[in-house]
Ligand binder design. Structure first.
Ligand code: PEP
Length: 253
């Protein structure tokens, strides 16, 4: 995927049926096939992951689980295991998405999940981001704590395998994304923090931006935000919007 913009399509709890998921996948596949500068990672609901990932024979799309338990099995009703995610040909795992954190996931949970994903050969996408911003810059400390915990059990040699998705909670699901200039500042901070904690390998960590990404702001964010890609929620479940977004990246970034 090196050199291409990574676009993670987080379908969240959509769509309502496997039939619709297959339709959405087919539309996304056609969009991805035409976009030479973009690599698409689809994160469907866990129930739809297997039929989509195991049925796909192409190379343009990779798959992610939206969440998984760090163990390889056990008495955890309702959970899916990282080992099971790997078994159904997914290559990425979202860890600590704001909606999981809102449901109780802690920084320590993210530490275990990142380490487990790496153990099973998956690429963890560690989601971080503050709830609010104030004048005194407290959000930097908040993000630092999330990064510190998420990377805590990562072997120094594996640091560059973790992707960080910076998603300010106030931008997720909102009307307006953060500005590329502010993202650039945050990207510098994220890299500096990882390098401080884990050494030079931190320079190679890919950073994504997420939060109200659409066809109007995607290309600008990639050009000026110092990010390797985007994590897209709403715009990824509407094929027209997603096509326009990918097209804007293809022609303008
Ligand atoms: C998300 O799901 O992480 C997200 C960024 O959502 P949206 O693009 O809808 O703001």
């Amino acid at each position: 995927m090196a050199g291409k913009h990574v676009i993670v399509a987080n379908w969240k709890m959509h769509p309502a049926s496997l039939r619709e998921a297959k339709k959405l996948f087919e539309a996304t596949r056609k969009i991805a096939d035409k976009a030479s500068r973009v690599s698409v990672v689809i994160a469907p609901p866990a129930l739809f992951l297997t039929p989509l990932s195991t049925g796909y024979k192409g190379k343009k799309i990779a798959f992610a689980a939206q969440n998984a338990h760090e163990g390889d099995g056990g008495a955890f009703t309702g959970d899916i295991a990282v080992a099971q995610v790997e078994d159904v040909k997914a290559h990425y795992l979202l860890v600590g998405h704001a909606e999981r954190r809102a449901a109780g996931e802690t920084n320590d949970d993210t530490r275990k999940k990142v380490a487990s994903a790496l153990y099973y050969g998956l690429t963890p996408v560690l989601c971080v981001g503050e709830h609010v911003r104030t004048q005194n810059g407290e959000h930097f400390g908040f993000v630092r704590d999330q990064l510190k915990a998420g990377f805590q059990s990562v072997d120094p040699n594996a640091v560059g395998k973790v992707i960080v998705a910076y998603e300010p909670v106030w931008a997720i699901g909102s009307e307006e994304a953060m500005s590329p200039r502010e993202m650039h500042e945050m990207a510098i901070f994220i890299r500096k923090t990882i390098v401080e904690l884990h050494g030079a390998k931190g320079h190679s960590v890919k950073i994504l931006y997420g939060g109200a990404v659409n066809e109007q702001n995607a290309a600008q964010m990639l050009q000026f935000g110092d990010v390797a890609g985007l994590l897209v929620g709403r715009a990824s479940i509407n094929p027209k919007e997603f096509a326009a977004l990918v097209e804007s990246i293809q022609t303008n970034s």
